[in-house]
Design a protein around this ligand. Sequence first.
Ligand SMILES: NC(=O)c1ccc[n+]([C@@H]2O[C@H](COP(=O)([O-])OP(=O)(O)OC[C@H]3O[C@@H](n4cnc5c(N)ncnc54)[C@H](OP(=O)(O)O)[C@@H]3O)[C@@H](O)[C@H]2O)c1
Length: 316
Amino acid sequence: MAGKKIIAVVGATGAQGGGLARAILHDPTSEFTARVITRDPNADKAKALAKLGAEVVAADVDDVESLKHAFQGAYAAYCVTFFWAHFSPEKELANATAMAEAAKHASLQHVIWSTLEDTRRWVPLSDNRMPTLMGKYKVPHFDAKGEADHIFTDHGVPTTFLLTSFYWDNFIYFGMGPKKGPDGKLAITLPMGDKKLPGIAAEDIGRCAYGVFKKGSELIGKTVGIAGEHLTGSQMAAAFSAALGRELVYNAVYPDLYRGFGFPGAEDLGNMFQFKHDFEEYFCGARDLAVARSLNPSLQTFAQWLGRNKSSIPLE
Ligand SMILES: NC(=O)c1ccc[n+]([C@@H]2O[C@H](COP(=O)([O-])OP(=O)(O)OC[C@H]3O[C@@H](n4cnc5c(N)ncnc54)[C@H](OP(=O)(O)O)[C@@H]3O)[C@@H](O)[C@H]2O)c1
């Protein structure tokens, strides 16, 4: 471990940070080592990463002093917020501010901020194509991340802005998996019409982030968008059918119907899919598959991800 540069990883026991921590720890030739940041160093996931060689440090993104301690002596940090744990864009902004402040305090040489678009740049609040949510957002879990970009810049933190994509893992963990329709056929339901949805294996986000860090200062100040594939609902359904060996169809619904599904965050996600639908050319263009593959040569396609994960997808 001696002599290796420390990358402090926020969310290391979760999807994005976990992919990065494992990418570092599984590379014996790495010039980096991973510092896992967790609220509970005694939890199983933290202990499993410690077993792989990670240093584990307790911190909470709600507590700037704990972050200052956790970033101290590190070369770099991966910074991510946890919208779905609290549904508060204001909390995301506060957490981003705390991470930027701690990064500055520790004089980090490189930070990756896991961000998304502030959709209000494309759909101002006065645009009634989709409802305004929580008083001042169109897609709350996107807008606050995009709004937070300047916080890192304002603090003078050398930052790469990583635009992530829809995790295919949402088909396992986020309640978006295939459901049986009235006709008895399995279906995935998305308000994407015939437009392409950039998607990625969650594990590959962290691997791409590792690729960004390996490039040194080259991508500081840059926005890097990543995806594993851009696929229509029909293309995803065809891949599902092939992987599962049974027919699965794509159920394209209107965003209004999706927003009314009633689960927590349905309106936010309905607006998000409508944004991705209405600005398909921009949204896919900002997530270049070749760039992602150059950062992470083992980048998975949807079919490859399905091959590895189909047994974990809950099927009715
Ligand atoms: N789902 C998607 O398709 C998608 C796509 C793009 C972007 N995103 C964004 O991804 C973000 C979440 O990232 P993720 O999926 O990697 O998260 P995740 O898998 O839910 O992992 C969250 C991890 O972060 C830690 N954590 C939670 N609250 C914390 C806090 N207050 N302080 C410190 N650590 C905390 C937890 O670790 P401990 O319990 O060990 O502390 C947990 O293991 C969200 O903001 C979401 O909008 C999601």
